[in-house]
Design a protein around this ligand. Structure first.
Ligand code: GLC
Length: 433
């Protein structure tokens, strides 16, 4: 069973290859996505290291002059996808325009952590390839400090739910509920609801708001400071915060291996800021790190799978970590498979709807990695075993129902195949042991 699934996972990655970069899944997501590509590179590295590095190099080709790596790189204009390059219009609005058309917002910065993992599991060639990328990765991390940090909170902010990668999580209701739909919003036709069950996708009102933010960005000439300072949506995401803190730590390790002292000093500064910023997310009522509306200071009211990433970032006090584990135990007792994207005891939980409950494989991978590193080995192993069971039961889906284990939304999904190969598969576990 496990060997068959290993083969199937490799077949999916090959099938989703578009010539040096990998799409998440055909039709629903026909471009190169930022954090998808990084996770995919980990899977590719289990059977083709050269191709894994190419994945990262092509992602960096989409980098903007200001350092931002956009959430999606549009190397073509696929009529099957909305909102595509003609909606974002980065080529005509941004100054300077990016080399390749893309969105005008970013996605969780997992890239540096993947680059370090490739170096740590590889040899001299891997170190050499990483040395070509390190300054570019650092300039992305710098962008978070210069363009996405709000004076109102001294933590990295997010200007669009899509930038968090947890697109439709109830966390974002706080910021969306206080914004208005732009009355000048052009009429549009969604494509996602043609390729996936509309019951599992965001509502029309949410979509109108998502597009109102895009309109604001476009009309500001994709001025990232303007988006952060005066845009319609401004929240802080524990997911971006913890992933960035971890990525800064990992990039520092890489800079040290490459003897780059200036870069190391800069990264040490960012790590310090990240460690200090963690408290901003601490929600005493829930006993967890949660999202916050930067404008009102209000906390979100549920434990998300991003709340569980404090271990991965090596952040939080002993008490904060104990309370986080207690929440995770409460949730584990309730569901059949871990780790749902939204708290089953919170309002708006829905086991099948996008980021309102389903389990996301790439999140499980980093949650479990963090737990394992911080000594919570049995919970880490439970999460890995659940992930393997879900894939064995339902296949390589984008996400899974935490009660029935049913696969949801996209099938033959790249990051699911990748994390199977690099982490969840019993054959990988045997090799690692
Ligand atoms: C959805 C997810 C996002 C992911 C993208 C491609 O938009 O919410 O995290 O990157 O699909 O898989």
């Amino acid at each position: 069973m496990s060997i068959e699934l290993d083969n199937k996972a490799r077949e999916i990655l090959r099938k989703n290859d578009r010539g040096g970069y990998t799409i998440p899944t055909a039709r629903l997501y026909p471009y190169q996505w930022n954090w998808d590509s990084a996770f995919t590179a980990l899977g590719l590295s289990t059977f083709d290291r050269d191709r894994a590095w190419t994945e990262l190099e092509l992602l960096l080709e989409g980098q903007w002059a200001n350092g931002m790596i956009p959430s999606i790189i549009f190397r073509s204009d696929d009529p099957d996808y909305f909102p595509g390059p003609s909606v974002w219009q980065t080529q005509t609005s941004a100054t300077p325009p990016p080399l390749i058309p893309s969105t005008g917002i970013s996605q969780p910065p997992i890239l540096a952590s993947v680059a370090l993992a490739l170096v740590e599991s590889g040899g001299a060639d891997d170190l050499q390839r990483s040395s070509q990328l390190i300054d570019k990765m650092l300039s992305w991390h710098r962008w978070y400090q210069t363009e996405r940090t709000s004076a109102a909170a001294s933590v990295v902010a997010t200007v669009h739910p899509w930038e968090t990668g947890r697109d439709n999580c109830p966390d974002w209701e706080l910021g969306l509920s206080t914004m208005t739909i732009d009355p000048r919003l052009e009429p549009y036709v969604r494509k996602d609801t043609e390729h996936a069950n509309p019951e599992q996708r965001p509502s029309k009102e949410q979509y109108d708001k998502y597009l109102s933010i895009v309109k604001y960005g476009r009309e500001s000439g994709w001025d990232q400071r303007a988006l952060t300072d005066t845009g319609p949506f401004l929240m802080a995401d524990p997911g971006i915060h913890f992933i960035l803190l971890r990525a800064n730590r990992d990039l520092l390790k890489l800079a040290q291996r490459l003897n780059l002292s200036e870069q190391s000093a800069e990264l040490e500064k960012y790590i310090e800021l990240g460690v200090q910023g963690s408290d901003y997310f601490w929600n005493e009522t829930i006993g967890a790190f949660t999202a916050r509306n930067i404008v009102s200071g209000e906390y979100s009211n549920g434990f998300s799978n991003a709340s569980a990433l404090c271990f991965y970032a090596d952040a939080g006090t002993e008490t904060q970590r104990i309370k986080t584990i207690e929440n995770m135990q409460r949730i584990a007792d309730k569901v059949d498979y871990m780790m749902p994207s939204w708290d089953p005891d919170a309002e708006k939980f829905d086991p099948q709807r996008y980021w309102c409950g389903p389990i996301w494989p790439q999140m499980n991978f980093i949650i479990s990695t963090g737990l394992d590193e911080q000594g919570h080995n049995s919970m880490a192993e439970d999460i890995r075993r659940d992930m393997a069971l879900l894939i064995e039961k339902s296949g390589f889906y984008e996400c899974f129902n935490p009660f029935s284990g049913e696969g949801c939304i996209g099938a033959d999904f790249s990051w699911t195949a990748a994390i199977w190969l690099a982490w969840a598969s019993p054959s990988h576990q045997k090799m690692a042991a």
